[in-house]
Design a protein around this ligand. Structure first.
Ligand SMILES: Nc1ncnc2c1ncn2[C@@H]1O[C@H](COP(=O)(O)OP(=O)(O)OP(=O)(O)O)[C@@H](O)[C@H]1O
Length: 259
């Protein structure tokens, strides 16, 4: 894909610790607009912590995050959502008692143009708004092959389908940057292959820039334009997938021991 000259996301010298335990130390990297970037590393390397810094859940003790040329020393989740940063979670965070359609509709919250009073009164503008949000949700349900489960309560669905619903909800926000925390975890090979296709489709057709955490190196190599490797909270490699895979520190720290 074509890249603009300045990165969409820039993480600059970020350090985060929890009561003296260093989760990430002096991490810098950039994600270009339009790319799929993978963040990899052994368990406890600091990957999820870094995603939580990027979307404002954790405030780093040092460093900053810049998004679309705006620098944030104190990014808040609200800022991140309004800037167009959307995410999924390692442990699925859906409304288990709501249907697939209802869950995907929650991703449209920031796009609603009418309040509950207008909707309760059934004003024409509110009816148009509700119809527009529903159309957007239905389009995603179709794109992610979720029609068979549209009216099914999420808690009764298989793990793999729930992961897909979570992706649909994140995409419903029409993000510019999508943060995916282990989107393929716990999936069988067919489900993984389908998820890879859905992510590529979101990237190429919707133009969504993707930063994902993934442990399956085969998936990382086939999906990513760019790979950043963490180990014990430090960055040990950053570059094209083939270069990173051949890096001796990466082989020693991660690939060599786990795959
Ligand atoms: N909320 C927290 N409170 C205390 N320590 C934490 C917290 N979150 C993460 N840590 C610690 O920070 C370090 C990095 O954890 P993190 O979950 O970011 O790693 P990870 O690379 O995402 O691991 P995994 O692949 O197992 O999910 C670990 O030592 C972890 O125990």
């Amino acid at each position: 894909m074509t890249h603009s000259t300045s990165p969409l996301l820039s993480v600059d010298r970020v350090s985060l610790s929890f009561k003296g335990v260093k989760a990430v130390t002096d991490i810098s990297f950039a994600v270009q607009s339009g790319e799929i970037c993978a963040l990899i590393g052994p368990n406890g390397a600091g990957k999820s912590s870094l995603l939580n810094v990027i979307n404002g859940v954790y405030l780093p003790q040092e460093g900053s995050v810049a998004f679309d040329n705006r620098r944030f020393e104190r990014m808040k989740p609200w800022d991140a959502a309004h800037l167009g940063i959307s995410r999924t979670f390692q442990n699925i965070a859906l409304f288990r008692r709501m249907t697939v359609l209802e869950n995907v509709l929650t991703g449209r919250t920031l796009h609603r143009t009418s309040g509950w009073v207008a909707q309760t009164l059934g004003l024409p503008s509110a009816r148009r708004d509700v119809a527009a949000q529903r159309d957007a949700a239905e389009t995603l349900i179709e794109a992610l092959d979720l029609q068979p489960y549209r009216d099914t309560v999420v808690g009764s669905l298989s793990y793999g389908v729930q992961k897909r619903v979570e992706l649909a909800r994140a995409l419903a926000a029409t993000p510019r940057l999508l943060l995916l925390d282990e989107p393929m975890a716990g999936m069988n090979p067919e489900e993984k292959a389908a998820m890879v296709d859905y992510i590529i489709d979101a990237n190429t057709r919707q133009g969504v820039t993707v930063l994902l955490i993934e442990h399956d190196i085969g998936v990382v190599m086939s999906l990513s334009d760019h790979v950043v490797v963490l180990d014990y909270g430090k960055k040990i490699a950053d570059g094209a997938p083939a270069d990173v895979r051949a890096h001796p520190d990466v082989i020693a720290a991660y690939l060599g021991t786990r795959h």
